[in-house]
Design a protein around this ligand. Sequence first.
Ligand code: ZN
Length: 180
Amino acid sequence: MENQIPVAVQLTEKCAHCNADSKAEDTFCTQCGYPLKGTEAEQNKFISERQVEEIDMFTYNKTLRQASNTLYYLAGVFIFAGLIYFFIHKDEVDVVSVVVTNIIMAAIFLVLGAYSKRKPLACLISGLSLYVIVQVLNAIIEPISIAQGIIIKIVIIGYMIKGIKSAMEIEKIRKENNIA
Ligand SMILES: [Zn+2]
């Protein structure tokens, strides 16, 4: 007598939205949450919501890139400020400590900028915190510094706050759609 090997026959369908395989008994696509057994209206609603999210994602990613560029820009500002300080104060005793501090700050912002592609939220929050701390310290040491370049400072902080908001929205959308 021949052994009968039971073959599990599973009816699979493709999800109309993301093309993932789904089992016949699935009510929702396990990949994207598309209502496989929903009414046509429910399915259309799902697709139009996803389209809106895609447009949002595009805008959020753009804002995020601006914020990352702000981190690079700040790295440049610290290098530039360090150089200026060096040429003006090169005969003074504390010139080395100021220039070294500027180089360290530039290096930190460079790393944050580079790493912000992978961990945007953490990098932007760190960058913004660091920037604000530097401004506060400068204001304590030299109160007049707070007014210097006040518009550019507001723009920088604005870009970073917008970037942080976008990073949070992107994480939210990713969580909702199970995108790792
Ligand atoms: Zn799907």
